[in-house]
Design a protein around this ligand. Structure first.
Ligand SMILES: [Zn+2]
Length: 475
């Protein structure tokens, strides 16, 4: 079992369940903040000369929190007897039994990860942008969520179950059976056949709804669905993710092997609608019911377009990884592009390039293919694929590349795709199995974990069992 994927469902909780969900969200935030307070207190004590261990890992924090929650420091409840004499009736966090205890532990684990990322980043052991020190979570700012681990008792059923009793439901320990709006059949079938198991459930609130994300460990794709190991003789296919065409794929010999031009019409129409909905919000009086309603409409609209984009990105990435075992894409400096060209920013956002690229990376890996990522500074659009001359290009409006040295006239995106394939033949020709799959960073949206888990090569799942999104496991 080697793939990690996420199934996300929209919840339909009862009024009582909403109360329970909110209690757990609050408990998760509370535990995170309390653990952070313990870290700060210990550091302060240490600075003033007290010999004390500063909690660092999730394990330290869990133990610290468990000691604290039953202590007097967490609160006292007084009992008053018939003669009016008060005595301490109970100590500790008085509401601690109203939530499932794991919620505290997972919050502590999250803080432990945040602290580790911060200290790695500070030592220079971590790639990417600097990571800030964890901060207190304020109500209303962080996205409200909590996470629970699944448990697999030796006898009996796992704690988190899908479709138990009724098909459209998820059972979450401490809360009960929650209704979901979508069909859970795909996941249920995988679990029943032993091809998947649920590791975690993350419940969150956003866009006016409650959601549950189930992190699932799944078996590898069926061997027949995988590319036979990409061989040194397999030609590289360059993929240019552009603006005029979403994706153009070509081989180093100049053959165009794929072109994805079609845009979902809905996405093209949306920009204007988005502006109108946004204006509607800003025109309404702050704090008014009307403004809230307009904001809800805008939120629902964002959500819908994001869904369309995601679905389309899956289509595009599936098509590319199904047909080609060795792909080369460009490492895009999206951050830099956004800063330089605010108009491009919107375009990039709409295209969802990042999404397509991440999906290509993990799907190709599932299929045993090979991915190369060209250097950010490789001038794929400025180089002539005919003679290799490099020249400055005009804006993105220019759709044809014209070479002044050899006179070649070629579609701009095709030119870039060919150059990428040529680059890969040069840099990854013989036996180089690129390990650049995760250089792009996290694969998922729920857990920003960087490294991939162990991979085994047997087992069987079909491409239909893919899940909503993939994620990688921290080693
Ligand atoms: Zn040329």
């Amino acid at each position: 079992m080697a793939r990690f994927t996420t199934f996300r469902f929209c919840l339909d909780p009862t009024v009582a369940q909403v109360g329970a969900l909110e209690r757990h969200v609050g408990a998760s935030r509370f535990a995170y903040n309390q653990c952070l307070r313990m870290v700060f207190d210990a550091r302060r004590a240490k600075e003033s000369g007290v010999s004390v261990k500063v909690p660092r890992t999730g394990y330290d924090l869990i133990n610290g929190f468990n000691r604290w929650k039953t202590s007097e420091a967490a609160g006292r409840v007084f009992a008053v007897d018939g003669e009016g004499v008060a005595s301490v009736g109970a100590t500790g966090l008085h509401w601690r039994h109203e939530v499932f205890q794991q919620v505290f532990e997972e919050a502590a684990v999250d803080l432990g990860r945040g602290l580790a990322a911060w200290s790695e980043s500070r030592r220079g052991d971590r790639a990417g942008a600097p990571v800030a020190h964890p901060r207190f979570k304020k109500k209303g700012t962080a996205r409200p969520s909590f996470r629970l681990r699944n448990q697999f008792p030796r006898s009996g059923k796992p704690a988190i179950r899908v479709g138990d009793g009724r098909p459209r439901s998820v059972r979450v320990p401490g809360i009960g059976v929650l209704s979901v709006r979508e069909d859970t059949r795909r996941l249920r079938r995988m679990i029943v056949k032993g091809r998947a198991r649920i590791l975690f459930a993350t419940v969150s609130r956003g866009r006016g709804r409650w959601w549950i994300s189930l992190n699932v460990e799944a078996a590898d794709l069926h061997p027949a669905r995988r590319h036979v190991e990409a061989h040194a003789s397999t030609p590289w296919v360059g993929v240019d993710l552009g603006l005029s065409s979403l994706a153009v794929a070509a081989r180093s010999d100049g053959t165009e092997v794929d072109r994805i031009d079609e845009w979902p019409r809905t996405l093209a129409v949306t920009a204007r609608r988005q502006r109108r909905l946004h204006r509607a919000v800003t025109r309404k009086k702050r704090g008014s019911q009307n403004r809230r309603e307009a904001a809800d409409r805008l939120g629902r609209y964002y959500f819908r377009t994001a869904e369309i984009r995601r679905r389309y990105a899956h289509e595009v990435s599936n098509r590319l990884v199904k047909n080609h075992a060795r792909l080369v894409i460009e490492r895009l400096d999206v951050g830099g592009m956004l800063a330089r060209n605010p108009n491009l920013a919107k375009a990039i956002h709409d295209v969802g390039w990042g999404l397509v690229r991440r999906q290509i990376a993990y799907k190709l890996e599932w299929r045993g293919g090979e991915l190369a990522v060209a250097d950010r500074w490789f001038p794929s659009t400025k180089t002539c694929s005919g003679c290799g001359a490099v020249r400055e290009m005009g804006g993105v409006a220019l759709r044809t590349y014209v070479c002044r040295s050899c006179g070649l006239m070629i579609d701009r995106d095709l030119n870039a795709a060919i150059n990428l394939a040529v680059w890969a033949e040069l840099h990854h020709g013989a036996d180089a199995r690129t390990r650049d799959l995760h250089a792009e960073g996290p694969v998922d949206n729920a857990h920003r974990w960087e490294r991939s888990g162990r991979r085994l090569r047997d087992g069987e799942t079909s491409p239909g069992d893919v899940g909503t999104d993939a994620w990688t496991l921290q080693v």
